[in-house]
Ligand binder design. Structure first.
Ligand SMILES: [Zn+2]
Length: 247
């Protein structure tokens, strides 16, 4: 890694690195959510929801961390890996869990572990997709260090998951939609740039298939509002319809 113990972090640059795909996935940050933005039942902005009004303070891409290279994955492979993570997110949807999916793979694209959000099913607040995928990958290779491996996540990881990734010495992260409420890679905070860390991501890319991830989130909350009694764990979605085709 470029920064050892006691090393100084690079200056935190802000702004979209001129990546159209990244821009497409760059949703409204919490501080920029206008009053007209969609809200959850508790009044908080819908995760992954696109802006519904003019951003306050300009382009939300201004909070994007920059300075890190994109991952080594060719576009086609990257999309294929994110589609696998999205399939996990859809599995979460079918289980009435927040639809987030993740996988851990080699830098050549070989998938070691994949998982989806299971906080309800496992009665475990730490059972985020990323944590479960990191945990399974570690178990499979018999090592708590995940050096040389990458995490694909349908959503920008939260501080808990990003902390776990950094402690595992993970190489880099590719994610889909930004998470305005909990995102730890620029949306709420930039955990990877905190001073004093003895490991940092060496690559980072966001916005990969972001629209699909965000749409899945919106569909999930829409379905849950329509049918608050939707049974967690049921293979059937709201109104008894199969969720296999949900996107
Ligand atoms: Zn998380």
């Amino acid at each position: 890694m470029a920064f050892g113990h006691g090393g100084m972090p690079p200056p935190i640059e802000k702004g979209c690195p001129g990546n159209p795909a990244l821009s497409r996935g760059c949703f409204m940050m919490s501080k920029n959510i206008p009053d007209t933005a969609k809200k959850e039942e508790d009044g908080s902005p819908v995760v992954g929801a696109p802006p519904t009004g003019k951003a306050v303070g300009g382009d939300p891409c201004e909070v994007m961390p920059a300075g890190l290279p994109k991952g080594p994955f060719p576009d086609k492979l990257k999309e294929s890996l994110m589609r696998a993570a999205l399939a996990e997110a859809r599995a979460a949807f079918r289980e009435s869990e927040i639809p987030a999916g993740a996988l851990v793979c080699t830098l050549g694209g070989e998938v070691l572990a994949r998982a989806h959000n299971r906080v309800i099913g496992l009665s475990d607040p730490s059972a985020h997709a990323e944590i479960l995928a990191l945990r399974e990958a570690s178990r499979l290779i018999g090592n708590h260090r995940l050096t040389g491996l990458a995490l694909f996540s349908t959503l920008e990881p939260c501080p808990m998951c990003l902390s776990c990734a950094l402690q595992s010495r993970l190489e880099g992260i590719v994610y889909g939609a930004r998470e305005p409420k909990w995102g730890a890679l620029g949306s709420v905070l930039d955990l990877n740039s905190l001073p004093g860390l003895n490991h940092r991501l060496s690559f980072l890319e966001g916005g990969v298939l972001a629209e699909e991830s965000a749409l899945l989130m919106r569909d999930f909350f829409k379905a849950r509002r329509k049918n608050p009694a939707w049974d967690p764990g049921s293979p059937l979605g709201p109104n008894g319809a199969s969720q296999d085709g949900v996107k």
